[in-house]
Design a binder for this molecule. Structure first.
Ligand SMILES: O=c1ccn([C@@H]2O[C@H](COP(=O)(O)O)[C@@H](O)[C@H]2O)c(=O)[nH]1
Length: 306
């Protein structure tokens, strides 16, 4: 099997877009036809149905999905069972799966997380996992080793999209921000996991669309790292904010949109045209619109769908 960075580049080139669809089911925001049973079992069943139908709606359009574990986890074991089925279903539809779990712990425990989530033969069978690095470099090592052993990948939180990300990440130590210091570490891991002739390694970085200046700075600091860019749409980021995340070929970045695609049926212009009855079509239309916007206003326009 090709390594994660290569599989990702090939998949993005084939689909011709860096659009990443986040799967973030929220029971109260699902189409009302799916809100019939609010017991934990009923919500878990609704999340699974919604997620799989969303995948059906967008699988021909994008290369990657990112289920957010938190929404499934809040339902306990039944929710986690639903998440496992969604991951399997997405992979069966030919999509790469980034599990957004933001794991991180002391090295010996991180090793268990890495074995749980990364690689086709792992219990969760994820292609890629989001990781919180702020326990230090030894907490990342087991994830990196597992990526190399199983041709999987990780995205490390560097400069997150939330308003409070500056509380810690923007602090300056010896004249350098913490996020930049973390980026330099991620770049060293990305470069070390890069195969000869490849542009990117198995270790990528999360950088928010809500901080376009830092995104531009961090693209320069991490030339070997794929960037996962959340914060597009509902958090305020737009195509021009994410343009600096790409390399000259339009590769190197995935732009995530969760709520704007999941619940497109509830917002104009999709509400009037599709409404709740055709929520899947609304999600597909919102995805197509995002693809077109990224094509028009970012280097992603240089990707040609094959
Ligand atoms: O810095 C970060 C890291 C992760 N996220 C996650 O991405 C999605 C964003 O959802 P939207 O609905 O598109 O705003 C969500 O799962 C977050 O947990 C992030 O937003 N920022």
């Amino acid at each position: 099997m090709a390594n994660f960075a290569e599989r990702l580049a090939t998949a993005v080139q084939q689909k011709g877009t860096p659009t990443l669809v986040g799967i973030d089911p929220r029971f109260e925001q699902l189409p009302p036809s799916l809100q019939t049973d609010s017991s934990l079992a009923g919500q878990a069943a609704a999340f699974e149905k919604f997620s799989c139908e969303l995948i059906d709606a967008i699988a021909d359009l994008v290369a990657v999905v990112k289920p957010q574990a938190a929404f499934f986890e809040q339902l306990g074991p039944l929710g986690m069972a639903a998440l496992a089925k969604v991951v399997t279903y997405a992979r069966q539809q030919g999509l790469l799966v980034i599990l957004d779990c933001k794991r991180g712990d002391i090295g010996s425990t991180a090793e268990a997380y890495a074995k749980a989530y990364l690689g086709a033969d792992s219990a969760w069978g994820g292609d890629c996992l989001t990781v919180n690095p702020y326990l230090g470099d030894d907490s990342l090592t087991p994830f990196v080793d597992q990526c190399v052993a199983t041709d999987s990948g990780i995205f490390v939180l560097v400069k997150t999209s939330n308003p409070g990300s500056g509380t810690l990440q923007d602090l300056s130590i010896d004249g350098q921000t913490i996020y930049r210091r973390m980026a330099a570490h991620v770049e060293s891991l990305a470069a070390a996991t890069k195969m000869p002739g490849q542009s990117y390694g198995a270790v990528g970085a999360v950088v928010g669309a809500t901080y376009p200046e830092q995104l531009s700075e961090l693209r320069e600091v991490m030339p070997s790292a794929w960037l996962l860019v959340p914060g597009f749409g509902s958090q305020g980021g737009g195509p021009k904010d994410v343009a600096a995340a790409f390399d000259a070929n339009g590769l190197g970045a995935l732009i995530n949109n969760s709520r704007g695609i999941n619940f497109a049926f509830a917002k104009e212009p999709y509400k009037s045209k599709y409404g709740e009855a055709k929520w899947q079509d609304a999600s597909a239309a919102a995805t197509r619109d995002m693809i077109a916007a990224l094509k028009a206003d970012t280097p992603a326009g240089r990707l040609a769908a094959s």
